[in-house]
Write a protein that binds this ligand. Sequence first.
Ligand code: MF3
Ligand code: CO
Length: 303
Amino acid sequence: MNLQQMGNFGAKKQITIGRNDPCWCKSGRKYKQCHMAMDEKIKRIQDSGHIVPDHSIIKTPDQIAGIRQSAKINIAVLDYVAEHIKEGITTLQIDQWVYDLTTKMGGIPAPLNYQGYPKSVCTSINDQVCHGIPDEKVVLKEGDIINVDCSTILNGYFSDSSRMFCIGEVSPEKKRLVEVTKECCDIGLKEVKPWGFLGDMGQAVHDHAYANGYTVVREIGGHGVGLEFHEDPWVSYNSKRGQEMLMVPGMMFTIEPMVNMGKVDIFIDEANGWTAYTEDGLPSAQWEYMVLVTEDGAEVISY
Ligand code: MF3
Ligand code: CO
C-alpha cells in the first residue's frame, strides 16, 4: 500500500460564487473582498495547464488555529521521545510514551486503527524505510538510526511530523545519511512559497540527496494534511521544478522524503502489510515537516 492509495484524494467540484456572496472561507466577508482575486489568479494558472488546489484543501484562519493546537501536542510528544529515547528500550516503549502523552494532552494518536494500523506511532529502524510497527521484541541498540513518526488528532484537526534519532555511537556513514536527509527537508522548505509549484520543492529535495550519492524513494511520498490525515495533494520528491500542484496561501502539506543510502528500490513486509524496507538492506532515513504556505513564504507547523 502506498500513501497515494491511503488517503482522501478525491477532487471535489468547485461551485461558482457571486461577487457579493459570502466567501467560501466563511470569513463573513463578501467574496469580492476576500478570496475572489486569489481564485481568479488560480484559475488563470490552471488555464495555462497547471494542477491547482481546490478550496477543500485551502485552510481558513480558524482551521489553521485548530491545526496549530493539534501540532502543539505532536511537537511535545516528539520532544518527549527525543529526551527519553536510548539504547536498551523497546519500540513498544516508544509507542506507550506516544499513546500516554498524546491522550494526556487531550489528543488521539492518528495512526491507531488507521486503515488497520495496530499502534500509535511508526518506528522505523535502519533498513526500514517507513511504517515500522512498534514491537516489544525490538530493542534499540547502539549504532541504530530510527525514525519516529507521530501524528495527532485534536478536535478533528490533524498534525503529522517525524524525526530521526541516533542511538549511541553511530557509524559516520549513517550519521551523514541522517544529516543530509534533514538538509533535504530544509532545502525543500526554502522552496515553499505561494505561486510556486510543489515540483520546486520536490526537485530541490531530490537534487540534494542525489548530489550526496543517495536515492529518494519514489512509491511513498508526502501529502496534504490538516482536515484529514492524508489529503490532496500527494507529494513527490522526485518531481521537477515548475511542475506538480501550484502552492497557494492556506495549503498545508508534509515534506517527508525517504532517503536511501543505496538503491532506490523498496519492498513491503508481506507479514504485516505495512513496513517498507530497502531492497538492498542498506539504511534509509526520513524527517518530516508539516508546513503551511503563508502569504509570503512558509511556516513549519509541526516538526
Ligand atoms: N505518519 C505517516 C505519514 O507521515 C503515515 C503513517 S500511516 C500509519 O504520512 F497508519 F502507518 F500510521
Ligand atoms: Co506524513
